[in-house]
Design a protein around this ligand. Sequence first.
Ligand code: NAD
Length: 453
Amino acid sequence: MNFEKILADQRTFFNSQKTKSIKFRKMYLEKLRDLIIKNEELLYAAIYKDFGKSRFDTYTTEISFILKDIDFYLKNLNSLSKPKKVKTNLANQLGTSKIHSEPLGCTLVIGAWNYPYQLSLSPMIAALAAGNTCIVKPSEVAEHTMKAMAKIINENFPKQYLFVLEGGVEEITEILKLKFDKIFFTGSTKVGQIVYEAAAKNLTPVTLELGGKSPAIVTANADFEVAAKRIVWGKFLNAGQTCVAPDYILVDEKVKDSFLDTLKSYIQKFNYQPDSEHYTKIINRRNFDRLVNYIEKDKIYFGGNHDSQKLHIEPTIMHEISWEDAVMQEEIFGPILPVLTFKNFNEALLKISEKEKPLAAYLFTNNSEEKESFTSKISFGGGCINDVVMHLSNENLPFGGVGNSGIGNYHGKFGFETFSHQKAVLERVNWGEPDLKYPPYTEKKMNWIKKLL
Ligand code: NAD
């Protein structure tokens, strides 16, 4: 495939100014919404083939997100794209100052496989809403979903405006050599570095949505029923293959036993069985083997069974875990939940601060001092107090990482800004200007300048 030609055609199309029309953007967003609704069954079937994800989970964690994004931009596009008037300083008086949100141009979106629709289409929708052209490269690891997106989009959208590129590392390596105006990447920190390096060669701005080890802290002041129920849901959703899933638990040593007991009861209640409609499999053999290696028999508190034929791993809680254990060295990204304990809440926060900044962090407590310390003392992309994962469902909050977990953010108006340049324009009038700024400069002018500036 001639990637250079596809991008060159997109650039010609962008330069035709067509994508800058709000009417044009809305027309294609509406078209995309109709296509998604019309092809809902195709989308369910593809993701089921990739990793056995149910219709319910696919709707709640993928399709509904995309439809919500489209509706948000259809509703807010006029106000988001309107130039914003700001105050004009004294030196430029009688002029007007405005900030214009202009599209960056030709964009590239690279998606991850774990929420294949949402992670490719959500940034793509923001790119189109902001008036850009877009090439989307979903993850080849979830092959059927990649093909479904390519079919729906490439058969219905002009290639010079929007194109889904099917391919793996070889193709993406080639396309990363080209000069885009923006690259939006979702995936691992390791590949994020490769993308960042390639983008730097062309001075292309990037948004990197990466991963990390996201802690869930449970203090003695937590409501254990609520904490256990929500952690179990957020951790075992998608079999733990969620970037913002709680990676590990840090629980106050005093309450560890009763909390573990409550955790176990919710896993049993939610009935995560192999072949269950509500529990997905591990995406591939490579990840299955990596995950099974973490399971140390003598540290299993609950679960630990796995089936290499079905690529199924039972929800597994591991206890008696230390920071040095293998399971604590990298993001788990699977249904294994290590539990560590702490004696002192502030020491637990300090321990988190010594690690790479996580994509998410969660605190369960009813104590306001602990809430305040959690929010102010540790750095993380985003998170919740008394819940997990749900912060990303609020489009009024920016979603993104910090440090090793990412650069930049999106969702709602933040997505629009991520794909826009804020262009400053000052317009002056042709009269009413004192002579102060122009030579010859005199002592008197200097005195005035000192007073005014
Ligand atoms: P990955 O980094 O392996 O792949 C992501 C994308 O990069 C894919 O499209 C893949 O084709 C491409 N890619 C792979 N190797 C490449 C290379 N050498 N050069 C250029 N591109 C390459 O990640 P993954 O396995 O798809 O996803 C899992 C990771 O993504 C986890 O770390 C998870 O936390 C993270 N993640 C983050 C978010 C977020 O929003 N922050 C969301 C989902 C997943």
